[in-house]
Design a protein around this ligand. Structure first.
Ligand code: NAD
Length: 333
């Protein structure tokens, strides 16, 4: 199958080419992000392979379908960026990678918590300048603290288990409680209770119309003063302006982000010689208690291998047996 791979970085090329070595798809690696302007690059391809910040809105899907594309293979678990109603109307098949390594994202989540708490990023810079003073580096024991996990799916459950191992009291909120989570000693509580009882709150639910700005001024006001808030899920779960206000007035004591509401034009690119015109992002970076990584939580060798293998498997299965042969969990529509 001829496949246009958008938003290609050298690591995508490496892992996808290795996974494709036996399957022989014609992968056309394209560096640009998929947008209405670049969609024509897929002309003549049967499938498009896209990543999290590619535009899969109405206009792009219509252009792709008009050019003969029948299949969209997402190199991600999340599919909030796909206009599913339009995809269905156009008869496009959309597949994703439902699970590639919940450990990768969960471990990065805990890395953000630890780095923020113990100020590893500040200590690193100090020691390189031969400044061995400890003032300003005081942390707290995670052991015995309450951590609230919002969304106990694959990643949230993994985070909960790691933190249980640290000796934290882990509470959770999810509209679909899972018996395995309860059996692991994690208590489900209403979101309001989670917000008011947690020292650390970590978000692991998908971005949907219901969860957009889940963290808003009202919810921030319900949190413990000085709370640590971590978001490695999707940027728009958090109202950025509200969080900036919470940081300014001390209600939020620590903020760790791997995703950002307006990340599309920033993340995955080297913009180090540019002036950023995103004032909210710049303001976030002025706080000493904010740590941001550029959507790298998924980025481990194991995850990249699994993403590539599942993507190539889906292409091959659909080519040989049709879309219905792909496991239900990987089929978005
Ligand atoms: P999952 O589908 O296994 O779990 C999501 C859970 O959220 C489900 O249990 C669901 O019931 C729950 N949920 C839905 N609405 C909720 C709500 N309003 N409140 C609380 N819980 C709610 O998904 P996953 O694989 O664990 O992924 C979780 C998130 O992580 C997704 O948003 C995904 O996009 C994101 N993610 C980020 C990265 C990264 O690199 N930063 C990588 C992979 C996934």
């Amino acid at each position: 199958m001829r496949v246009s791979v958008f938003s290609t970085k050298p690591y995508d090329r490496e892992f996808l080419s290795a996974a494709n070595s036996m399957d022989g798809h014609e992968l056309e690696f394209l560096e640009p992000r998929l947008t209405p302007q670049t969609a024509k690059l897929a002309s003549g391809a049967a499938a498009v392979c896209a990543f999290v910040n590619d535009d899969l809105g109405t206009e792009v899907l219509e252009r792709l379908a008009a050019d003969g594309v029948r299949l969209i293979a997402l190199r991600s678990a999340g599919f909030n960026h796909v206009d599913l109603a339009t995809a269905r109307r156009l008869g496009l098949t959309v597949v994703r990678v439902p699970e590639y390594s919940p450990y990768a994202v969960a471990e990065h989540t805990v890395a953000l918590m630890l780095a923020l708490n113990r100020k590893v990023y500040r200590a690193y810079n100090r020691v390189r300048e031969h400044n061995f003073a400890l003032t300003g580096l005081l942390g707290f024991d995670l052991h015995g603290r309450t951590v609230g996990v919002v969304g106990t799916g694959k990643i949230g459950f993994c985070v909960a288990r790691i933190l249980s191992g640290f000796g934290c009291r882990v509470i959770a909120s999810d509209p679909y409680p899972d018996d395995a989570v309860t059996a692991a000693g994690i208590e489900y509580v209403p979101l309001q209770r989670l917000l008011s009882e947690s020292d650390v709150i970590t978000l692991h639910c998908p971005l949907t119309p219901d969860t957009e700005h889940l963290i808003n001024p009202d919810r921030i006001a319900q949190m413990r003063r000085g709370v640590m808030l971590i978001n490695t899920s999707r940027g728009a779960l958090v109202d950025t302006r509200a969080v900036i206000d919470g940081l300014k007035n001390g209600q939020i004591g620590y903020l760790g982000l791997d995703v950002y509401e307006e990340e599309t034009d920033l993340f995955f690119e080297d913009l180090s010689d540019r002036v950023l015109d995103d004032d909210d992002f710049s303001r976030l970076n002025t706080f000493p208690n904010v740590l941001i990584t550029g959507h790298q939580a998924f980025f481990t060798e194991e995850a990249m291998r699994n993403i590539a293998a599942t993507t190539i498997d889906s292409l091959t299965t659909i080519e040989r047996e049709g879309p219905n042969a792909v496991p239900q969990s990987a089929r978005v529509c």
